[in-house]
Write a protein that binds this ligand. Structure first.
Ligand code: SF4
Ligand code: SF4
Length: 459
């Protein structure tokens, strides 16, 4: 019995003691908000940021590590694991437990472990960099864990350590540089953002035609970088603008005053750049007296809604599927043209799993006459990522790719159209359809589909 009690803290059976406190102390804050680094109050002796060593993890991280039963539910739902990447969220937690048991002695021994310097957890001995960069931040692991363990949060903290040590490499580094200099991930000129707005007569653009701020409008429509620059994204943003206008919504757009929200920088571990972009945007929004924001990009939606309050940006934020659904219910938008198609819906991670917007996109699709909604097997809370989140859209991915895996599932249901509600998903599935050689199935944002049904009524 004594032997077993000695062995317990080092084994997966440690949850016998830790499971109940871990459930009690589960994170009740918004799912989509990463913890900020307080750069204003950095201790003089701090030589790194993020989680590199045992003392950088919170007591809850360590409790998580000793609570894991190694059931594997997180890994079973991990898109990286499902596509042969080196990442298993269960292993991340188990390695943290073993690391704590081994290198935790550093705390008591003034920096050394058995006469040597303690190693960092991100590194070849414990959690490799390839594991950490494989994560899409989809949060499926956290969602599935019966003991409320936050695997993804630990991965993000270790990414911060790597990036702020200058250990991020490859294409994502260039993306971060472009975000820093131009405020968008491609490095396009800031003045070229949302140039398509000039073709829209009667649209209220802040800073033009004597419109000085947002005080006369109910909403600001935040279209995001894809809506501003990318041809497919522009089509989606134009659909949103058209539908809001037809419904008589009192809104304005920011045009070139928008900048990247900073989401990719934050999830690639570049917290300083994230905070720079976030505070610039918050200064703009607060200066313009913005109260309510419509955001169709789930990443912008999540960041403005859940993360900007950390820096004084407090707004009522609504996704386009939520508002458009409400407008249809109120009779302000009337989808009348029949769309006699089978349409599959893919839940974006940052809209569904993170922010619980599951029903509105479905109700909206079902409001279109003739449309037959097709549910995918992995749906709602268990939706399977498109791979683009967590900054992964700006990184090279080895085959087999996550978006291919999801697209195969979509194809197995044989829909005419795949409906999405995210620029990233739209891009990744367009890419996957080309890879699959599928030129029959269309990929469209819900707003584009709705516009086809509503605008037909007007013609
Ligand atoms: S957040 Fe998603 S990709 Fe990352 S470890 Fe969890 S399940 Fe895997
Ligand atoms: S789901 Fe939770 S308890 Fe199960 S292996 Fe993953 S982290 Fe451990």
């Amino acid at each position: 019995v004594l032997d077993f009690l000695n062995y317990l803290p080092y084994s997966k059976h440690s949850h016998v003691f830790t499971a109940i406190p871990n459930v009690f102390f589960q994170n009740l804050k918004p799912r989509g908000a990463l913890k900020p680094i307080d750069f204003e109050n950095v201790p003089d002796d701090l030589d790194h940021f993020g989680a590199g060593k045992i003392q950088d993890f919170t007591w809850k991280d360590i409790l998580d590590a000793y609570t894991c039963t190694e059931c594997g539910r997180c890994t079973d739902n991990c898109p990286a694991w499902h596509t042969e990447k080196p990442l298993s969220p269960r292993e991340i937690v188990v390695k943290l437990r073993h690391y704590t048991s081994s290198e935790g002695k550093e705390l008591a021994n003034g920096g050394s472990v058995n006469g040597r310097q303690a190693s960092t957890i991100p590194g070849p001995e414990w959690v490799t960099e390839d594991e950490l960069w494989a994560c899409t931040s989809c949060n499926a692991c956290v969602e599935q864990c019966p003991l409320f363990i936050d695997q993804m949060g630990k991965i993000m903290e270790m990414r911060r350590f790597l990036t702020l040590e200058g250990r991020l490499t490859g294409t994502a580094v260039k993306t971060l540089q472009k975000l820093q200099t131009q405020g968008n991930p491609w490095g396009f000129s800031e003045s070229d953002r949302a140039k398509w707005l000039s073709g829209y007569e009667g649209l209220n653009v802040i800073g033009e035609n004597g419109i000085e701020d947002a005080s006369a409008f109910d909403y600001i429509y935040w279209m995001g970088c894809y809506g501003g620059y990318d041809p497919r994204g522009q089509k989606i943003a134009q659909s949103v603008v058209s539908l809001l206008t037809q419904a008589g919504v009192n809104f304005a757009v920011l045009g070139p005053m928008e900048s990247c929200t900073g989401d990719p920088a934050r999830r690639l571990g570049e917290e300083a750049l994230y905070q720079m972009l976030a505070t610039q945007n918050i200064e703009t929004l607060n200066g313009l007296k913005v109260k309510k924001v419509i955001a169709n990009c789930p990443h912008c939606f999540n960041t403005i809604k859940n993360e900007y309050p950390q820096f004084g940006g407090n707004y009522e934020v609504i996704n386009h599927t939520q508002l458009l659904n409400e407008l249809v219910k109120q009779g302000r938008l009337k989808p009348t043209k029949e769309i006699n198609q089978g349409v599959a819906y893919h839940d974006p991670c940052y809209l569904g799993r993170y922010n619980r917007v599951f029903d509105e996109p479905r109700e909206l699709l079902q409001s279109i006459p003739g449309l037959r909604l097709i549910e995918l097997d992995r749906k709602r809370e268990r939706s399977f990522c498109c791979v683009a989140g967590g900054g992964k859209i700006w990184m090279e991915e080895e085959a087999p790719r996550v978006n291919w895996n999801r697209f195969e599932e979509v194809e197995s249901k044989n829909p005419d159209t795949l409906a999405v509600a995210c620029y990233f998903c739209d891009t990744m599935f367009e890419d996957a359809s080309k890879h699959a050689g599928n030129d029959k199935m269309e990929i469209k944002d819900i707003s584009v589909i709705l516009r086809e049904s509503v605008e037909a009524d007007k013609s």
